[in-house]
Design a protein around this ligand. Structure first.
Ligand code: FAD
Length: 315
């Protein structure tokens, strides 16, 4: 079976859920080989084995982490030259997409970004024009380089014990033009990461800028907090929490939209959620076309009441 390379997305050895999704997809296409860049590969091994990586290629040269994306693209090119994979899968993060683009140029290969599904072939599915069209595509030149959006697959366990192969790379001076001078983790909220959360409570313009009731309800459920672009553009919530076409794509078990009208660009980021609940004071709001449960009412009254109820049930 042909090898399929998966670039591991991790923070200091803690593997992100998107990598489990990529490994699950890679198993449909061939033999999943994980490419791990940075320190902490031993910490990452159990998670990589759990989702079926048969081998882990470890690139530990510190220069790979000292500069922005260019050295990583060069390193992947060198790994690809040795492994000759049938496809390369990378997470659709900002960094992932930049690495993928540079890599595709180096390999003289076709590139597909933001796939929401990848099947044998590999044939990709993309959701475009705010989810109004679904495009199926196949790369016909070179080694397919594909970036995959979060939640494109449900991670399926397949216990393996991957062997680790250290891989030496040589990084050109041209790739070392942008050095990372400082990096700080985002302030910890104690809430789950937006794209990985099972429950998300999002607030929109209807909050009037007060996200207190949204956060309190989210905390009662152990949920992540999201926001519409109107709320983000108003400076009420950071862009990292924006859900939608120009924000994050989420697909939780439960998505609660409070004070959000349901514009097509917002739907594009959350319409695949398993259960959707909306709280909106306008019974004609378009979000109600999409929901499983709708509450017509003022979120400043509905959310505190719901929070109190959930808290009571838990005690
Ligand atoms: P509004 O549309 O103003 O809706 C507010 C809702 O709150 C209304 O339905 C109102 O009835 C209700 N409300 C008001 N007060 C209360 C209350 N007290 N209690 C309950 N309900 C109340 N948007 C995104 O969200 N994500 C994106 O990624 C995104 N990308 C975009 C990309 C492009 C290229 C463009 C053109 C637009 C994009 N947008 C995006 C913007 C999108 O078109 C909408 O403008 C935006 O989603 C509206 O946000 P909203 O629903 O919070 O605000």
């Amino acid at each position: 079976m042909a090898n399929v390379l998966v670039l591991v997305d991790h923070t200091g050895g803690k593997v992100r859920k998107t990598t489990a999704e990529l490994l699950t997809i890679a198993r449909r296409l061939g033999e999943p080989v994980a490419v791990y860049i940075g320190d902490g590969v031993q910490d990452a091994l159990p998670a990589l084995g759990q989702y079926g990586a048969t081998k882990v290629i470890a690139l530990t040269d510190p220069e790979l982490s000292q500069y922005l994306v260019a050295p990583k693209a060069e390193a992947l090119q060198q790994v690809a030259a040795k492994v000759e994979p049938s496809a390369i899968l990378i997470s659709s993060s900002a960094e992932g997409k930049e690495i993928a683009a540079r890599l595709a140029v180096k390999l003289e290969s076709g590139l597909i970004t933001d796939a929401v599904d990848v099947q044998e072939g590999p044939v990709t599915t993309q959701s475009v024009f705010a989810g109004n069209y679904t495009v199926k595509a196949k790369i016909t030149h070179g080694t397919p380089v594909i970036t995959v959006k979060p939640n494109a697959a449900t991670p399926e366990a397949a216990e393996t014990s991957p062997e680790v192969e250290e891989f030496d790379v040589s990084i050109s001076d041209a790739a070392k033009t942008a050095r990372i001078t400082d990096s700080k983790p985002r302030e910890a909220t104690g809430r789950p990461e937006l794209t990985e959360a099972a429950i998300i409570v999002s607030g929109g313009r209807g909050t009037g800028g007060d996200f207190g009731p949204v956060e309190a309800f989210a905390d009662s459920l152990g949920a992540a907090v999201g926001a519409s672009r109107a709320a983000v553009d108003s400076g009420w919530y950071p862009h990292a929490y924006q859900v939608g076409q120009t924000g994050k794509t989420v697909s939780p078990q439960l998505y609660v939209a409070a004070g959000i009208s349901g514009a097509i660009q917002h739907r594009a980021g959350m319409q695949t959620s398993k259960t959707i609940v909306a709280i909106n004071k306008d019974e004609e709001a378009p979000i109600f076309e999409l929901v499983d449960f709708g509450v017509v009412g003022d979120l400043h009254k509905v959310l505190p009441a719901a929070t109190e109820d959930v808290t009571k049930r838990k005690s």
